[in-house]
Design a binder for this molecule. Structure first.
Ligand code: FAD
Length: 306
């Protein structure tokens, strides 16, 4: 991990910084990466993205929940998203984080909450993707995912794999045996060299390797990156290898490389925008700044604008 990324993530953990950014953050720039604080605002954002030919995955922000009440409220909030999608006829699925649904309280309780969400996704003929969080939670996340696939089948649920982890090659091989729908990302958390490649070059190389491996296996792959070099390389590879276009989609984050998102749509690719909303946007926002410290300049600029 780069020094600047480490520094941003450490500063972000500071209490004073947390308090200040939480109070003024939306004005400072979080609204560039977050579609609003309410579901209604998020649905309006989805309508605009859909009108541009972009698909969406909605994420009700929140993570590291430490009491059952909050986890149950978060579960209900996700269920409400499916109803809103249906009501407004928008093209979107949903992404969730297990620590928001009680993973750190009790994995069985989290599974119960995911049971409700997955059965709702199935009932609405929609889809839920479980985001991947930091490395101590990876195995628990995969275990819960596997149980849900046993209970509901694999049509309505997918998982995320991070190319910075050494273990991911084995995980993709294993999940590929059941042709699981995977989103492949580089990974957004601060991880030690014991579990993750410290050099970005290795993370990038492994990224391309994992995407090709999963597609060669005939498994649906969400190629989630803003890395234009990697995207260009994969576009050529997809063509050369005649990978059918119903086997993959590109995914990017709301507010990041919007021009590139539209360019891919104009070239005929399926593109989905990960669109977070909600009051609990602080951790998500700081990870976006850490990925690209130039984004901090954008925040500082907003400080001086009326
Ligand atoms: P990088 O090498 O970091 O960036 C490549 C280029 O993209 C940069 O040079 C820059 O031009 C642009 N760029 C990248 N980030 C930004 C930014 N914040 N602002 C502006 N420009 C930027 N991570 C997880 O750990 N778990 C998940 O479940 C997860 N889900 C994700 C879902 C989606 C749809 C996406 C797109 C990412 C997700 N991530 C997740 C985050 C991911 O792991 C990376 O941290 C993030 O995508 C940045 O890496 P990159 O692939 O874009 O490549």
């Amino acid at each position: 991990m780069s020094l600047s990324r480490k520094a941003v993530l450490s500063v972000a953990g500071n209490r004073l910084v947390t308090a200040l950014v939480s109070k003024y953050g939306m004005k400072l720039g979080a609204s560039r990466f977050v579609a609003g604080e309410t579901l209604d605002e998020a649905i309006e954002a989805v309508k605009k993205l859909n009108a541009e030919g972009l698909l969406v995955t909605l994420d009700h922000l929140g993570e590291s929940v430490s009491n059952r009440e909050d986890a149950l409220a978060a579960t209900q909030a996700v269920i409400d998203i499916y109803d809103a999608i249906e009501k407004h006829g928008v093209r979107s699925n949903v992404s969730v984080k297990l620590t928001q649904l009680g993973l750190d309280i009790d994995p069985d309780f989290c599974l119960e909450n995911m049971d409700r969400i997955t059965s709702k996704a199935k009932e609405m003929n929609n889809f839920v993707r479980i985001d991947m969080e930091d490395s101590p939670r990876v195995q628990m996340t995969i275990d819960i995912f596997n149980t849900l696939v046993e209970r509901y089948g694999k049509e309505h649920i997918g998982l995320v794999i991070q190319s910075y982890l050494y273990r991911s090659h084995g995980d993709v091989a294993e999940l590929g045996k059941r042709k699981i729908n995977l989103r492949i990302v580089k990974g957004a958390y601060k991880e030690p060299p014991e579990v993750a490649f410290p050099d970005k070059k290795d993370v990038d190389e492994n990224y391309v390797k994992l995407v090709k491996m999963h597609l060669n296996n005939g498994s649906y792959t969400a190629i989630a990156t803003h890395d234009e070099q990697i995207i260009d390389h994969l576009k050529t590879w997809l063509k050369e290898n005649q990978i059918p276009n119903n086997l993959y989609e590109f995914q990017m984050l709301f507010g990041v490389r919007s021009g590139l998102q539209k360019k891919l749509v104009s070239e005929g690719y399926k593109v989905r925008v990960y669109t977070p909303y909600g009051k609990d946007w602080y951790s998500y926002f700081t990870r976006r700044i850490a990925e690209r410290p130039a984004n901090a300049l954008f925040v500082i600029k907003n400080l001086f604008q009326k």
